[in-house]
Each structure stands twice: as C-alpha cells, then as structure tokens.
Design a protein around this ligand. Structure first.
Ligand code: FES
Length: 149
C-alpha cells in the first residue's frame, strides 16, 4: 500500500523529471559527500549573487584530493552541483581541481535549466576557493593556526 508521504514524494519526483536530468535528480535526492569534514586540508565558502552559500572541504594527500565534502543552503540544483563536484574531484591533483569549470559540472549532470546554470558556477567557484586555500597553506603553513575550519 502506498502512503500519502510516498505519493507526495513520487509527485515531487515526477515534477522534477519535467525540468531536470536524471543525474541532477539523483544527486539532489541522494546527495553524495554531504556534510562538513573534520581535519580537512582545505576549505572554501562562497555566497553567490542569488544569496545561496556553498562550503567545500578537501582532504589532500601527496597533492591529490582523496576526499571532498560540501554543505549548501541552496536549492535542489545547488545540492546536485555540490554533490557532483565533490565526486568529480576525487583522485585529481590540486592543479587539476583548479581547472574544474562550471561547464564540466553541467556536462557531468547532463545540463541544468537556464535559470539554474549559475548553481554550477557557485560549485566551481567554491571548489576553486578551497583549492586556493590549500595552496596558500602550502606556502604559509603557520596560517593554519588561525584557521576556523
Ligand atoms: Fe542560488 Fe542555485 S539558486 S545557487
């Protein structure tokens, strides 16, 4: 027997399928790498022009990203971009991470509606900020003493 809650979920998913790719819906409903990270080597936070914020943490070993996580207060599309970008970066060097673009995220998600393309830019920019944070600490490790994340 289908409960009211399941019916409601199915209705929402059907509505989402009219607008978003299957990949976007999957990452939005079952986000990967969601949550902050203890002992991260890098952190980035950006609030986009729409007012949504994304935070990304990276764990780096030997210059290679071995784990990534994110948090956002944004919409379903923003959740899917955070989820996808934290999957895309695993196994990449920090210099490769710096080159991950809005278009790379859009391609991996099978696109986003015009009004949500900026969500992928927020994810790409936040990722870059985290990668730059890592590089800054490599140059001046003493700054870690002042880090809050
Ligand atoms: Fe603001 Fe997606 S709606 S980042």
């Amino acid at each position: 027997m289908i409960s009211g809650h399941q019916e409601y979920e199915a209705l929402i998913e059907a509505k989402m399928r009219q607008v978003y790719s299957g990949e976007v819906i999957d990452h939005a409903l079952h986000p990967k790498n969601l949550g902050d990270m203890k002992g991260a080597d890098a952190f980035g936070r950006i609030t986009g022009p729409c007012g949504d914020t994304m935070e990304i943490w990276l764990k780096v070993n030997g210059g290679v990203v071995i784990a990534a996580s994110f948090v956002t207060d944004g919409c379903a599309a923003t959740i899917s971009t955070g989820s996808m970008v934290t999957e895309l970066v695993k196994g990449k060097t920090v210099s490769e991470v710096l080159r991950v673009s809005q278009q790379d995220i859009l391609d991996a998600l099978g696109g986003l509606p015009e009004g949500n393309r900026h969500c992928a830019l927020l994810a790409a920019d936040t990722l870059k900020k985290a990668a730059k944070d890592y590089l800054a600490f490599q140059k001046e490790p003493w700054k870690r003493a002042y880090r809050k994340h």
